[in-house]
Design a binder for this molecule. Structure first.
Ligand code: SAH
Length: 355
């Protein structure tokens, strides 16, 4: 892993703090004290860290910015309590995150980048392209702010918001280690999911990280020709290679891969698509998640009606594929990925300030 590419306090690892504090002539136990303030007690300021000497806090404040997120807007679903958060980053960019309550616990969906350069045709996050990567601290802060705002423990995190996690690889890996660290929120790695559009070298590298994280693969089409039309990334990585990398992920980690399939009426919801999926997924130890596509204003795609979604699901089940329809959360709030942020950007800088 590249060392020293982040200087904000929340992105620094326990080991890095160890070295830095030692260099400042501090006692070894300060390392854990400081780390727990940042990642377990979720301190937002240096002032809060009462058991650290004032002189140390002053030095840290000068050298390691403790960058927070400012909550710009929260939308709460009247249907299921799902909350969408729009956060402003220290540089004025904005990201969105979602909080969902499930019977098994509270789940947060975080963004990994400001914007995205993958260009998927149905996705609102792709519209403005990529602005920049998020730091590990900014990824963690989304979870921390939501846990503080709701007052409830977050038990699951999915890296499925705006951005392509494997396009911000080092930051992602550090985030996964820090969120599951026993000195931090200590969320079990088995409760973490990373969703990728299918960057094959990223999947292969990820398989070898020794993590117990779930990999979700955005499939969305049953053949290369169709997939290339929906997802430009498919031009670089054909399905045969993607499926092979997924199979290897299962072989090396023992974690079953989830395939995401956003159903678009008349595009990928036919009987022929179901048949092709059967051949494609033969031999994969996997689970398939059907997502009726979320309409995005700038995009022409619409979801099949409920009946057609069920027919498609039943066909896949008949073919022996383990399949669920994603429970639709927060239907009444800016549903699709990136729409809240997009609306905020469209409003322009003047209206944004007091949004
Ligand atoms: N870049 C990653 C993670 C972010 S997108 C990836 O591609 O997996 C998270 C998931 O939402 C992906 O499966 C993506 O294809 C899907 N998605 C994006 N826009 C959507 C929309 N309008 N309706 C349904 N699913 C969508």
């Amino acid at each position: 892993m590249e060392e020293g590419i982040w200087t904000d306090a929340r992105s620094l690892s326990l080991d890095e703090w160890g070295g830095l504090l030692e260099g400042m002539g501090e006692k070894p136990f300060r390392r854990k004290q400081l780390y727990e303030w940042l990642h377990r007690k979720l301190a937002g300021t240096w002032e809060e860290m009462g058991n650290l000497p004032g002189s140390l806090r002053d030095r840290l404040r000068e050298q390691y910015p403790l960058l927070g997120l400012r909550t710009v807007e929260v939308q709460t679903s009247a249907l299921d309590g799902t909350k969408k958060f729009l956060f402003a980053l220290a540089d004025g960019n904005a990201v969105e995150s979602v909080w969902m309550q499930y019977p098994h616990g509270n789940s947060v969906c975080i963004s990994s980048q400001v914007g995205c350069r993958m260009g998927c045709r149905f996705c609102a996050s792709a519209i403005g392209g990529l602005t920049r990567n998020l730091t590990p601290g900014e990824m963690l802060s989304q979870v921390y702010e939501i846990q503080k705002a709701t007052g409830e423990r977050v038990s699951n995190v999915v890296v499925m918001g705006t951005g392509e996690p494997f396009d911000n690889y080092e930051s992602l890996i550090r985030f996964l280690h820090m969120i599951s660290d026993e000195n931090g929120l200590h969320i079990s790695q088995r409760n973490l999911t990373v969703s990728t559009c299918g960057i094959v070298p990223g999947i292969r590298k990820f398989s070898r990280e020794n993590l117990q994280v779930t990999l979700a693969l955005s499939l969305h089409a049953s053949n290369d020709e169709k997939r290339r039309r929906l997802m430009p990334v498919a031009q670089a990585y054909p399905l045969a290679e993607v499926m092979d990398a997924c199979q290897e992920y299962f072989a090396l980690t023992g974690r079953r891969v989830t395939f995401e399939y956003s159903l678009v009426a008349g595009v990928n919801d036919t009987a022929e698509d179901a048949r092709e999926l059967r051949s494609l997924l033969a031999g994969q130890n996997c689970h398939m998640n059907l997502i009726p596509v979320n309409p995005v204003r700038e995009r022409e795609f619409v979801s099949p009606d409920r009946h057609k979604v069920l027919v498609f699901k039943n066909k896949l089940e008949k073919y022996g594929i383990n399949v669920t329809i994603r429970r639709e959360m927060g239907r009444d709030i800016d549903g699709a990925c990136g729409q809240l942020r997009k609306r905020h950007m469209d409003a322009g800088p003047d209206k944004r300030e007091d949004a």
